[in-house]
Ligand binder design. Structure first.
Ligand code: NAD
Ligand code: 0WE
Length: 262
């Protein structure tokens, strides 16, 4: 299909071929989009460059979203190369590893600030920096997780950050609405990416997810890519400020069924 023909998309957050951002990049490419990729720092260049090449993408820029100068430089470079930006994808989150276990109240002030800066503020900062270059019907997209709404053991400060990120989606949608620019989020079920590797208890919760979710299947980066194509295409012209669940229906459950019952 060619749902994104003629559109330019800049995607932030590819670390490797398991990244959700890579699932989105592949789906966008399959739908005819012109792509620009951005990654966190030179250490990742070796991994990201070959992926970009595989989808014929020549705009591959390093950008640490903790740094306003790097964000501005990336936006200016994108504008110089592409002229306008139709789609911006933010697939970035970070908290100190030691704050993703134990009780939430152990979160340090500095750790709280870091999680909010990288996982929440960066989306708003990107929206601001790219604003002059957005086309009139542009679409912005970020990635969130159900731990924003309900307690997911150990998700801790990231859950608080995702709640703030989802609120940001609504405020940005309000700000950009008059320009016809849409802002949405996808809430994905657990996926075994770099950001999930080594998280204590992730493996068990990943397995249980497929037993409990109405569709009885785990979520893939390709599944998320398809939903991203929809939200960023003209199919979703009147959808903004929303969180779309791509989670095999897990979020509708109240009381989980006894394991092995059905
Ligand atoms: P990932 O590790 O592949 O992606 C996270 C990305 O954030 C990496 O590319 C990393 O380089 C980038 N990043 C971290 N700090 C940065 C900085 N300072 N500047 C620029 N980039 C920075 O893992 P992922 O699972 O693909 O995560 C992508 C998004 O999806 C995150 O927002 C995550 O919270 C969200 N998400 C993940 C899952 C899951 O189970 N994996 C589920 C729902 C939502
Ligand atoms: O948003 C995420 C990933 C969040 C994350 C993960 C890490 C691990 C490595 C943010 N920062 C870091 N920092 C590191 O140093 N997910 C939705 C995946 C995830 O992470 C969890 C989960 C799930 C699901 C952490 C605890 C509990 C569940």
């Amino acid at each position: 299909m060619n749902l994104l023909e003629g559109k330019t998309a800049i995607i932030f957050g590819i670390a490797n071929d398991r990244s959700i951002a890579w699932g989105i990049a592949k789906a966008f490419h399959e739908n005819g989009a012109t792509l620009g990729l951005s990654y966190a720092g030179e250490a990742l260049e070796r991994r990201v460059k070959p992926l970009a090449e595989a989808i014929g993408c020549t705009f591959v820029e390093s950008c640490d979203v903790a740094d306003d100068d790097q964000i501005r430089a990336t936006a200016e470079k994108a504008a110089a190369v592409f002229g306008k930006v139709d789609i911006l994808v933010h697939s970035i989150g970070f908290a100190n590893r030691d704050e993703l276990s134990g009780p939430y109240y152990n979160t340090s002030r500095a750790g709280f600030h870091l999680a909010m800066d990288i996982s929440v503020y960066s989306f708003t900062a990107l929206a601001k920096a790219f604003q002059p270059y957005f086309s009139p019907n542009a679409a912005l997209l970020t990635l969130t997780y159900y731990g924003s709404e309900k307690v997911a053991p150990h998700y801790n400060v990231m859950g608080v950050a995702k709640a703030a990120l989802e609120a940001s989606v609504r405020y940005l949608a309000y700000d950009f609405g008059p320009q016809g620019i849409r802002v949405n989020a996808i809430s994905a079920g657990p996926i075994r990416t770099l950001a999930a590797a080594g998280v204590s208890g992730f493996k068990t919760m990943y397995r249980r997810f497929a037993d409990l979710a109405p569709l009885r299947q785990n979520v893939t980066i390709e599944d998320v890519g398809k939903a991203a194509v929809f939200l960023c295409s003209d199919l979703a012209v009147k959808t903004t400020g929303q969180v779309l669940f791509v989670d095999s229906g897990y979020n509708i459950l109240g009381i989980p069924e006894e394991l092995g019952e059905s």
